[in-house]
Ligand binder design. Structure first.
Ligand code: QUE
Length: 346
């Protein structure tokens, strides 16, 4: 443990500046960071001296690689209720950012995955650098694309959201903008200049427009018609059958990627993303909280974190082991109400 604060808060002119500050662990989001960020945002919301919030991160490698899943794994395995408290407070924070009353500007440079997406993608201004690497990789650790994935994935162009949620595909700058998870490109070495403009009182939209640069064509655009055709399938099995039939290298690799993920996770993610298209943001987060509660009582999350983060053998043994072994009843049970424990908002 270092003495460095995990998250830094600073007022710069009229900007409330947040810096995620765990660069050695890719700025993975701890419960402590969530517990500090939410009240600080609330204080800035009612502070007349603050016109906008900017969130950025320390180090060149990552904006935020996700939740502190090693700790969540340990809490969950030990039956520590903090694991559920963490998700409840993280999702409330995601929703607060979504409805924040002032501009919320995320400066995204480096890895931006899972929990990092939850504190960036719902902001009013998502600024990406040439180093952004975006993904929702949760099906690979036996979880599902949460932190608002239920809301934003079905709202990506065509079936790109279903593709991202099932495969955990990593997007570079051009594709992140094409997918709609980032708005504009500002080079990393201009991020401080952008903060300075806003801090000095220049209007946020003018500041962003002044620093924004054009991007190249998105590689994902080439696959768009195949994505829309295959991922509009009516089940994970149907999507895989369409990918197999497409008979291209890209389709083969994509099907193989999905087959390596937790079968239960991909089945849940499919239903979650289809359902999310019809729900408002708060209902999406309440749905995610149901799923999180069930996953924390299940098997695959612990096995996924073990294989990817703890032992790093990259060889999870999922239960159930195949898509066919996941029953419709098992999937439906994950979506049932939590009764008195439903996620509610103030
Ligand atoms: C899926 C995830 C996460 C992940 C890998 C996945 C995730 C996360 C990390 C992570 C963070 C910091 C580290 C590290 C891994 O990895 O949420 O090694 O230092 O935080 O496939 O959801």
């Amino acid at each position: 443990m270092s003495d460095e604060p995990e998250i830094l808060f600073e007022q710069r002119g009229v900007v409330g500046l947040v810096t995620l500050n765990r660069p050695k662990v890719l700025n993975a989001l701890t419960y402590n960071m969530v517990k500090q960020l939410h009240p600080q945002l609330e204080a800035w919301a009612v502070d007349d001296g603050i016109k906008a919030v900017v969130i950025r991160a320390s180090g060149e490698k990552a904006f935020c690689a996700g939740g502190d899943i090693r700790v969540l794994h340990d809490w969950g395995k030990a039956g520590d209720p903090q694991v559920i408290d963490f998700y409840r407070d993280e999702y409330r924070l995601n929703r607060y950012i979504k409805q924040y009353p002032k501009p919320y500007i995320a400066l995204i440079s480096g890895i931006d995955m899972g929990g990092g997406v939850g504190v960036s993608a719902h902001g009013s201004h998502r600024i990406a650098s040439e180093r952004i690497l975006f993904a929702m990789p949760e099906t690979g650790i036996g979880l599902f694309p949460d932190v608002g994935g239920t809301y934003f994935l079905p709202r990506c162009p065509g079936e790109i959201g279903m593709y991202l949620g099932l495969t955990g595909a990593r997007l570079k700058l051009e594709d992140a903008i094409y997918a709609g998870v980032a708005d504009v490109f500002v080079p990393a070495d201009r991020h401080d200049a952008l903060i300075a403009r806003i801090a000095g009182g220049e209007a946020v939209d003018d500041s962003v427009a002044a620093e924004a640069q054009a991007v190249e064509k998105a590689p994902l655009k080439v696959q768009r018609s195949v994505i829309d055709h295959c991922f509009s399938g009516t089940s994970v099995g149907h999507i895989l059958a369409r990918l197999d039939k497409a008979d291209t290298d890209w389709a083969r690799a994509t099907a193989e990627t999905i087959r390596a993920k937790s079968p239960l996770s991909t089945r849940i993610a499919y239903e979650q993303i289809r359902l999310g298209a019809t729900l408002d943001f708060e209902s999406c987060m309440a749905l995610e909280f149901r799923l999180t509660n069930r996953f924390m009582r299940g098997h695959d999350f612990y096995e996924g974190v073990r294989a990817v983060v703890i032992d790093k053998d990259q060889a999870p043994k999922w239960q159930p082991a195949t898509l066919d072994d996941v029953s419709d009843e098992m999937v439906q049970a994950y979506f049932e109400s939590l009764g008195d424990n439903e996620l509610i908002f103030d």
